[in-house]
Design a protein around this ligand. Structure first.
Ligand code: FEO
Length: 174
């Protein structure tokens, strides 16, 4: 069984992951409306990944005896200035998620909950990748500036991104 403090924090993290999914879906819509289908695809895949992250926590809490209590998901921001502005907001959001994962890790150590620490290890690595991905795209968008041709090339590249089920969910249906 999970201790109450850990369970509460994990339930909150499930909402944060679904909020991330919701935010990236909103960003996908922003790109769709500006005829940038490749960036929109990148965001939709990102939204799927975030729902998968929520499900990893959901499944984990159930494996540890349950106690899931889903909370409300906030309305995400929907107004953006440019593609660069969108990705700068992705980067800022992922930094908050990293902070939140680190906070969960602190609780796991405090409670000597090494099973939860083991599950969180995957998320610590994942956050390194998430922050690096956002930083790379920001760098590319800065290089592209307002050159339509360069932006179109990036859009084409991101159209090829596909969703891969994260390892902790491999073999499950969600
Ligand atoms: Fe679930 Fe983008 O971190």
């Amino acid at each position: 069984m999970l201790k109450e403090k850990m369970l509460k924090a994990l339930n909150e993290q499930i909402v944060k992951e679904f909020y991330s999914s919701y935010l990236y879906l909103q960003m996908a819509a922003w790109f769709e409306a500006r005829t940038m289908p490749g960036f929109a695809n990148w965001m939709k895949v990102q939204a799927q990944e975030e729902s998968a992250h929520a499900m990893i926590f959901f499944n984990y809490v159930n494996e540890r005896g349950g106690g899931i209590e889903l909370g409300a998901i906030d309305k995400p921001e929907c107004k953006f200035e440019s593609a660069l502005d969108v990705y700068e907001k992705v980067a800022a959001h992922e930094e908050l998620v990293t902070e939140s994962i680190n906070n969960l890790m602190d609780i796991a150590f405090e409670l000597k909950d090494y099973a939860t620490k083991g599950r969180l290890d995957w998320f610590v690595d994942e956050q390194v990748e998430e922050e690096a991905n956002a930083a790379e795209i920001i760098g590319r968008l800065k290089m592209a500036g307002s050159q339509g041709e360069a932006l179109l090339m990036l859009d084409k590249e991101y159209a090829a991104r596909t969703f891969v089920m994260p390892a902790p969910l491999a073999g499950t249906t969600a």
